[in-house]
Design a protein around this ligand. Structure first.
Ligand code: SF4
Length: 379
């Protein structure tokens, strides 16, 4: 590492990073407060490269939001609706299976499915859905349900303990649970923006149970609303702690809050610099989570591409249809083609590789070497 490019106050942290030593919460705060974005990127890249070499991945997936009807009303959420609302929707099992059946010939390897906390859908509805998807293709990975959906299913719909609920979902086809719903773990923040949602301990416990069953999941952070930097660091601390215990998180996916059509519309959206800083600090602090995903739905593909130089090694997926961020006002496209994701990766001088739901490499692009500037200009 070229220490002359690292400001003096970050050098002790840089030494820890170079020695592959863990940084402290105090270090993470110093990094968050640094104005030297290039230095943060340089430091994050040391961790990224150590873990993932010159590869950057993406997944060919299809998002499905089965319903937005929800018993809660989180302040940051423009997706949820009550049954009486004009924008409420609830897809039939057959409609969802049809949508996934149409995506399979395109080569998707994963369906990613979340919804609101629906008050009346029955246990059999969820099981029929999983069975139907499993019957379509036994190799299709079904990634579904946030920790709070799992708790809702267990307590209000299945009326079973969480471990038994997860076991039944797995037997019926569930491949992994999603990382959503973590928001910011701090109890005061949760009380203000998502009262009634599960606590940090409850969120972590669902993932802990799933990991102990041998399952894997991703983890997230919704930032850029009312939280402080200390609360972000505390959130990361709790994720790192559970990962030390279970090693069950495959990747971390931070999302910047999308305020436009929410009741928190007065909050200014996180800037590009803030998003890159958050990715870089996360990459450095979460030394026990192998992958860092840039969620292009919120970043936009151009900034997601830049983030490959700020610790990111994964550009998430093709997605095909996204509702949660777009209903909150995101102006990014609904989907990305494999060609667009690979081109973004190559331009960043990384080797594009399609991955599976556990971030394992599936296949490299036919032209997987990073291309020269002249070649890129002609592409
Ligand atoms: S964030 Fe989830 S739990 Fe909260 S209102 Fe939206 S859909 Fe419901």
């Amino acid at each position: 590492m070229n220490y002359t490019l690292i400001p003096k106050e970050l050098r002790p942290i840089a030494e820890k990073i170079e020695a592959a030593s863990r940084i402290s919460e105090r270090d993470a705060l110093i990094l968050y407060r640094s104005n030297d974005l290039n230095a943060l990127g340089m430091l994050a890249n040391v961790v990224r490269e150590r873990k993932n070499g010159n590869f950057a991945t993406y997944i060919h997936n299809r998002y499905i939001n089965y319903s937005n009807i929800c018993v809660l009303s989180c302040q940051f959420c423009a997706f949820a609706a009550k049954k009486r609302d004009a924008h409420a929707f609830e897809h039939a099992v057959s409609e969802i299976i049809q949508a996934v059946a149409e995506a399979l010939p395109l080569g998707i390897t994963e369906v990613h499915m979340v919804g609101g906390l629906h008050p009346t859908l029955k246990k059999e509805w969820y099981l029929d859905l999983l069975r139907g998807l499993r019957a379509l293709d036994p190799d299709l990975h079904i990634k579904a349900f946030t920790a709070i959906e799992v708790r809702h299913l267990a307590q209000r719909i299945f009326k079973m303990p969480i471990p038994e609920t997860l076991e039944l979902l797995r037997e019926t086809g569930l491949g992994s649970i999603t990382g959503g719903g973590a928001e910011i773990f701090d109890a005061g923040v949760r009380d203000r923006i998502c009262r009634g949602k599960e606590t940090a301990e409850e969120w972590l416990d669902v993932h802990r149970i799933w990991h102990r069953m041998g399952g894997r999941s991703t983890c997230t952070m919704l930032y850029g609303h009312i939280e402080t930097l200390e609360q972000r660091v505390d959130h990361l601390r709790q994720l790192r702690g559970l990962q030390d215990e279970t090693a069950g998180f495959s990747g971390f996916v931070p999302f910047a809050f999308e305020p436009q059509t929410t009741v928190l519309a007065h909050i200014k959206r996180a800037s590009a610099i803030e998003q890159l800083r958050n990715l870089a600090v996360s990459r450095i602090y979460l030394d026990n989570i192998d992958h860092l995903t840039a969620y292009w739905v919120s970043l936009g593909l151009p900034l997601a591409q830049v983030s490959l130089s700020y610790g990111v090694d994964d550009l998430h997926g093709t997605i095909m249809e996204e509702k949660i961020f777009h209903m909150a006002g995101a102006t990014t496209p609904q989907q990305q083609s494999i060609a667009a994701l690979e081109h973004a990766i190559r331009e960043a001088r990384r080797i594009p590789v399609q991955r599976d739901s556990y971030y394992r490499h599936l296949k490299r692009s036919t032209s997987s070497r990073p291309r020269s500037e002249a070649e890129l200009a002609c592409a």
